[in-house]
Design a protein around this ligand. Structure first.
Ligand code: R5P
Length: 303
């Protein structure tokens, strides 16, 4: 058998995600752990203990806490190429830095752009799940490499159908229409959108529309990113104040920064449910199959 026919290598940062282990089990990959050493001065050193020459390599790395992992990630890609990898792709189920897609104040970085530039310089292709596409409508407006966006919506809609009897889907802001509208159609449920005003990192206000017709339904909040939890907790409080049953909070990316979980529980959320793009105890929607499918499509073009 020639080396090019060997299964692709799936390079995974040790301990960062059970998702990668599932992918390796289900796909035809050889899983290789990436060793990550932190020196006392904060520098890092990566090591891949496998022969990479002549192999297609896929690096799996979800990008929560991106500043911690970005240099090791780029370093792995650089080293794989230096050691003769045929191709180096990136599977990043959560893609960071998509929300700073505009210069909100003079002199600020539009972080989505330098981040995309670095990733595009080091990888041949990208597979991700529901990146926060707001002012940029497509990833190829930012990324110079082929990029596949996997949608978590069908799986989230399926979760709703199986678990909630009479749901009312709730989007916390107008941009959530892309997820909420599609999920509502698939789950055959009505939806409402709120108006959100963000005053700061942890300071948001939401305004509910007229909800009188829906009070007998269970609200299911849907958002792409659950970060500090302020958006969802304000929404939960607003709905409970309007006489709704405790809402279910459903998010794609379980960032859970700071005290998000406590904030949502105190606000009265009945249940927190997330997809597994970021490993978290609330994961209940498994993205492995569609991500694997997208990855296989990229790899087909490289055989
Ligand atoms: C931003 O517009 C996103 O879609 C989310 O609504 C936002 O990231 C949630 O952030 P937080 O949980 O910090 O309110």
């Amino acid at each position: 058998m020639s080396e090019e026919r060997l299964n692709p290598l799936l390079l995974c940062f040790e301990g960062r995600s059970p998702f990668a282990n599932r992918m390796a089990e289900q796909g035809d990959f050889e899983e290789v752990p990436v060793g990550l050493h932190r020196f006392p001065d904060g520098e890092s050193l990566v090591r891949v203990d496998a022969r990479l020459a002549g192999r297609h390599c896929v690096v799996f790395c979800s990008l929560r806490s991106p500043d911690e992992i970005l240099f090791p990630l780029l370093s792995v890609a650089y080293t794989a190429r230096e050691l003769g990898a045929l191709s180096v792709g990136l599977v990043a189920p959560y893609l960071a830095y998509m929300r700073q897609d505009k210069r909100f104040h003079s002199g600020e970085a539009v972080s989505a752009r330098p981040f995309a530039h670095l990733i595009s310089n080091h990888f041949d292709y990208l597979v991700t799940v529901d990146p926060h596409l707001h002012r940029y409508h497509r990833l190829d407006a930012l990324y110079r490499i082929p990029a596949t966006v996997v949608s978590a919506v069908p799986l989230m809609a399926d979760w709703i159908r199986r678990n909630i009897e009479k749901p009312l889907l709730v989007g916390p802001d107008q941009e959530s229409l892309q997820w909420v509208g599609a999920a509502a159609e698939l789950a055959n449920a009505p939806f409402i959108l709120l108006e959100k005003t963000r005053h700061g990192d942890e300071d948001v206000d939401v305004k509910l529309p007229e909800v009188a017709n829906w009070r007998e339904r269970t609200p299911v909040l849907i958002d792409d990113i659950l970060s500090t939890g302020n958006t969802m907790s304000k929404t939960v409080r607003g709905l409970i104040a309007e006489g709704f049953a405790p809402p279910v909070c459903l998010a794609v990316h379980a960032v859970f920064a700071g005290q998000a979980e406590a904030l949502l529980t105190e606000a009265g959320a009945a249940r927190l449910v997330t997809a597994n793009s970021i490993a978290h105890p609330t994961n209940a929607v498994d993205l492995c199959d569609p991500v694997l499918h997208a990855l296989r499509e990229h790899l087909k073009t490289r055989r």
